[in-house]
Ligand binder design. Structure first.
Ligand SMILES: N[C@@H](CCC(=O)N[C@@H](CS)C(=O)NCC(=O)O)C(=O)O
Length: 255
């Protein structure tokens, strides 16, 4: 089995897939796209992934897109060290958690990410360059134009942080109900892996304090960072603060 992963070091969606590949010890070729340069919008890549986003998995020529779909696919084709419960009811519960995670934290985390990390880059573009860049995005055109070159308004930032807070509270409830240490109990599942990058991103942006009053979530976070796959997934250059020097001061001002 040969895997080629088109991804970006700092992309939260890519980090889910790298974690699963690493945890399963599946060797893979990594193709790194530069998202701010628009590699994901080039015609050859759009043939693989018409959404113009990463990640995309090429498995012996079969193309699989969307990180949630990819991690489920990997668990099916490489079932050793499975991250999916065998009981159908538990499997359905895990998938429901993953839907919640895609709708809530995975979407919300883009707002602080863009405002705190990427905005200075967009502000350097001329208006015409920015609009052309935004309009070339199949999935994120409207989001980019709403953000504009002055960033998402404070109200949008506040509601994104509120949605993230509700995620930490939901995680706390899941861990309490399952007995932990993971979201579904004693076994790490794809749901844990799906939510992990949002919390890593928030810590990277200086906002880990948002879950410090939830000791079960804090312990969960420490545990997933201690997993052997974590270090290989978050190789040097995977954190935004490793790339954007302005980030640390600005993030600590927001926290
Ligand atoms: N639902 C998709 C979302 C993918 C996505 O939004 N990827 C981001 C990085 S995490 C991206 O490629 N952004 C580039 C862009 O918006 O142009 C997935 O989970 O794979």
């Amino acid at each position: 089995m040969a895997f080629k992963l088109y991804n970006a070091p700092q992309s939260t969606c890519s980090q889910r897939v790298r974690f699963v590949l690493n945890a399963k010890r599946l060797p893979f070729e990594e193709v790194k796209l530069r998202l701010l340069e628009g590699d994901q919008l080039k015609p050859d890549y759009l043939k693989l992934n018409p959404n113009g986003v990463v990640p995309t998995l090429d498995h012996d020529g079969a193309i699989v897109i969307d990180s949630t779909v990819i991690i489920e696919y990997l668990d099916e084709v490489a079932p050793d060290k499975s991250f999916t419960p065998s009981d159908p009811v538990a499997r359905a519960a895990m998938r429901a958690q993953m839907r919640f995670i895609d709708e809530m934290p995975a979407a919300s985390v883009r707002v602080p990410t863009f405002n705190l990390a990427f905005l200075p880059r967009f502000q350097k573009m001329s208006r015409d360059e920015f609009v052309a860049f935004a309009e070339s995005k199949p999935l994120r055109k409207e989001m980019m134009l709403t953000m504009g070159q002055s960033g998402f308004p404070q109200a949008e930032m506040k509601s994104a942080l509120d949605r993230l807070r509700r995620t930490y509270e939901r995680m706390d409830m899941w861990i309490a109900e399952s007995g932990g240490p993971w979201l579904m109990g004693k076994d790490l599942t794809l749901a844990d892996i799906a939510v992990m990058p949002a919390l890593v991103r928030m810590e990277d942006l200086g906002m880990a304090s948002q879950w410090q009053d939830l000791p079960r979530v804090a312990a969960w976070y420490d545990a997933i960072k201690a997993h052997p796959a974590y270090r290989t997934t978050y190789y040097l250059g995977s954190l935004l603060s490793e790339q954007f020097p302005h980030l640390r001061e600005k993030a600590s001002a927001v926290a």
